[in-house]
Design a protein around this ligand. Sequence first.
Ligand code: NAP
Length: 246
Amino acid sequence: MSEDRRVAIVTGASRGIGRSIAKQLATDGFLVVAVARNADALNELVSEVQSAGGHAEGRPCDLMDDAAVDGLIEGVVEGHGRLDVLVNNAGVTRDGLVLRMSDDDFDTVIATNLRAVFRLCRAVARPMMRQRWGRIINIGSVVGMMGNPGQANYAAAKAGLIGMTRSIGKELGGKGITANVVAPGWIDTDMTAALPEAMLKEATARLPLRRLGQSQDIADGVSFLASDRASYITGHVLTIDGGMLS
Ligand code: NAP
C-alpha cells in the first residue's frame, strides 16, 4: 500500500510534542502511524494531515497493554510492508517526593516511559534489520540527566532510556539502524501546564533563552534525526532545552 513511502510510528501523537512530531514527519513525506489512547484526537490529527496533503493513520493503543502493542507493530508491518522510523514519545508523570512516592506511581512511570519503549524497540528491530535501514528516536528528558526533586520515578525512567538507547544503537548499528535520544527541557504542553505557575516562571527565568520551548522545537530535532542527513549519528542525546544543561 505504501511500499515506496517511508513509514514512521509516533507514540503519544494525540497531543503535545507527539502531535507536532507526527505533523512534521508527515510534512517530511513519511506515512505517519499515530498512536495514543485517545481515538478522537488521533482522528482529528489524521484529518489535519490529510487536508495538508500528507499521509497518516491513527492506531489507538494503550502502551500498557502488551498484546495490543505487539499487534500494533505486526499490523503496521503487514499493512504497509515496511517500518522505517519509530518515535517513542508517549510518556507520563506521577510526581511526588521519594518519601511519599507510592510503588504504584513508581511502577506506572517505569512501565510507560521505559518498559513500553523497550518492547516497541524490540518489536521494530527485526523489520528494520530486514530493510537494513531504520531510525529509533526515543524522547527522553533533561531530567534524566540532572534529576529533579519530586521526579525520582520519571528521572529513573528517562536516565534508563539513555543507556537502553545507546545499547540498542550498538547492537543494531551494523544493520543500518540508528538509535538516538532527544531530551527536551521545559516545553509548553499539558505536561508542564500541570506544574505550579510560579515554579515554571522561575525555571524559565534561569534559562539562557529565557522562555519555554515549543513542541515544534522538538519536532524539528526529530525530523533531522529521522532523515538521511543524520545517517552517521547514533547513540547521541540531543538536548533541546533552551540551554538549560549548558
Ligand atoms: P503530554 O502532553 O502529557 O502527552 C503525552 C502523550 O503520551 C499523549 O499523547 C498521551 O496520549 C500519550 N500516552 C500517555 N500514556 C499512554 C499510554 N499508556 N498509551 C498510549 N499513549 C499514552 O506530554 P508531552 O509534554 O507532549 O510529552 C511528550 C514526551 O516528551 C514525553 O515522553 C515526556 O516525558 C517528554 N518530555 C516533555 C517535556 C515537557 O516539558 N513537556 C520535557 C521533557 C520531556 P493519550 O492520553 O491519548 O493516550
